[in-house]
Design a protein around this ligand. Structure first.
Ligand SMILES: [Zn+2]
Ligand SMILES: [Zn+2]
Length: 91
């Protein structure tokens, strides 16, 4: 069972899960390789909902912070190393 990063709920047939890359654009491949992806309900939490990642700057920022912490922890990086790798410090 897949659970949503944003609302914590399980996948439903009405709103299936998408895999969202925490860092997109030129960092998308790196996100994929480092496992920096999350599951999100396609409608409510990924694209269309009021708090959906692609619809709400606050949620996007929270997810970037989460992703940076995760990357730093997994890789043993500090903030400067993260900035070098991903082009920005989100914390
Ligand atoms: Zn959700
Ligand atoms: Zn996405």
């Amino acid at each position: 069972m897949r659970y949503c990063w944003l609302c914590g709920g399980p996948e439903t047939s009405a709103d299936p899960m998408d895999t969202h890359h925490i860092f997109g654009g030129s960092n998308r491949k790196k996100s994929e390789r480092m496992g920096l992806t999350v599951d999100l309900h396609h409608n409510k939490c990924h694209i269309f909902g009021k708090k959906a990642v692609h619809n709400c700057a606050e949620t996007m920022q929270a997810l970037h912070e989460y992703g940076q912490r995760l990357a730093m922890e997994n890789m043993g990086w500090d903030k400067d190393t993260f900035r070098r790798e991903f082009g920005k410090n989100y914390l």
